[in-house]
Write a protein that binds this ligand. Sequence first.
Ligand SMILES: Nc1ncnc2c1ncn2[C@@H]1O[C@H](COP(=O)(O)OP(=O)(O)O)[C@@H](O)[C@H]1O
Ligand SMILES: [Mg+2]
Length: 291
Amino acid sequence: MDSYTVRMASAPRHNGKKDRPVEIRVEKLRKAFHGRPVLQGVDLEVRQGDIVAIVGGSGAGKTVLLDHMVGLLTPDAGRVMVADHSRRGAPLVELAKLDAEEFDRVRTHWALVFQKNALLSGTVFQNIALWLREHTKLSSVEIFERAREALDSVGFKGDDSIMNKRRGELSGGMAKRVAVARAIAMRPRIIFYDEPTTGLDPQNAGKIHELICSTHDAAWEAGGTQTTVIITHDKDLLHRLKPRIVMLFEGRVFFDGSYDEFEKSDSEIIRPYFELMPMLHRVPAAQPEGE
Ligand SMILES: Nc1ncnc2c1ncn2[C@@H]1O[C@H](COP(=O)(O)OP(=O)(O)O)[C@@H](O)[C@H]1O
Ligand SMILES: [Mg+2]
């Protein structure tokens, strides 16, 4: 047995606590591409410590929504407010109104694990160290230790060769784990995952499930308020995480509630999607043209 002892979701999830500060607020967000509306008035509030899964059919606009939440896209209408942790009291700021420097500062508190791993060429260590060198005051030794610790926590304990492996030498599952390690090493306030397990075999998917759960819970237990936002069709992951579910349909939030309610729902929109999820999970969504 490797370092992943499968632990079913038993820890309480800390969702929807109204007394926690808002981390992200999406207001009346609209976005169209070439005249075709994708988001048609999305409202969503994520609070510190939340674990939120964004679900919905292929092409429903999940990635487009996430890209707005991290400032990669700007709204046609509506706005995205995020907590600025570099300022006292972490006030909410409107993403689209920040200048480049302010945006860079706000963004240092986020980590993204994208559908395509987006690992840079170079070694695993370089992938983890680059951001730490640029954005922290850690010494080389501390960066090395931070990288080692992050790699250990994603299942590379005792693997001395992993640090020097290059992107091309990693299997899909390994690359995903490295991408998660890179995110963890940043010690972010929020981790965004876009379909972290789509297309992975069940064993590797299981490891990623465990990682997402343990990363969120460890940060919570350490008194932190780490927020997790995840796009997925992976029922096993949802079953395990028991996140708050936000379902997009026809450009709006169609459902916003607990996983248990979602699973039990007899809605004519939710039911067929729920049945389709395993298929969507196996087949990675095609990337939009022009990417
Ligand atoms: N940069 C873009 N240019 C044009 N169309 C886009 C772009 N990004 C996304 N789209 C379109 O928006 C719709 C929603 O895409 P996306 O958010 O990626 O869906 P999903 O819910 O599967 O993540 C799709 O029809 C996609 O083709
Ligand atoms: Mg997507």
